[in-house]
Ligand binder design. Structure first.
Ligand SMILES: [Zn+2]
Length: 74
């Protein structure tokens, strides 16, 4: 059985699950409190991984530029 991990998509004022940003695991992909659909966590995790990859590439490029600058000036 595949559980759906996600946050409540309701307004934080209307649902305490949305307010606390609590990760809920539900088979029916609905908040147990207000019944609204959940925002899946998997997408957020993938987005974060892409961000980390971009940062790593930027760091790599910067270090190569630094190495080249040192190489040119010596
Ligand atoms: Zn809710």
């Amino acid at each position: 059985m595949a559980f759906m991990l996600g946050y409540c998509s309701n307004s934080p004022k209307r649902c305490h699950h949305a307010y606390s940003l609590e990760v809920l695991d539900r088979i029916d992909a609905c908040c147990p409190d207000c019944g609204l659909a959940l925002i899946p966590v998997q997408n957020l995790g993938r987005q974060l991984r892409i961000d980390i990859k971009v940062l790593q590439i930027i760091f790599l490029v910067l270090s190569i530029i630094l190495l080249l600058l040192v190489y040119i000036y010596y």
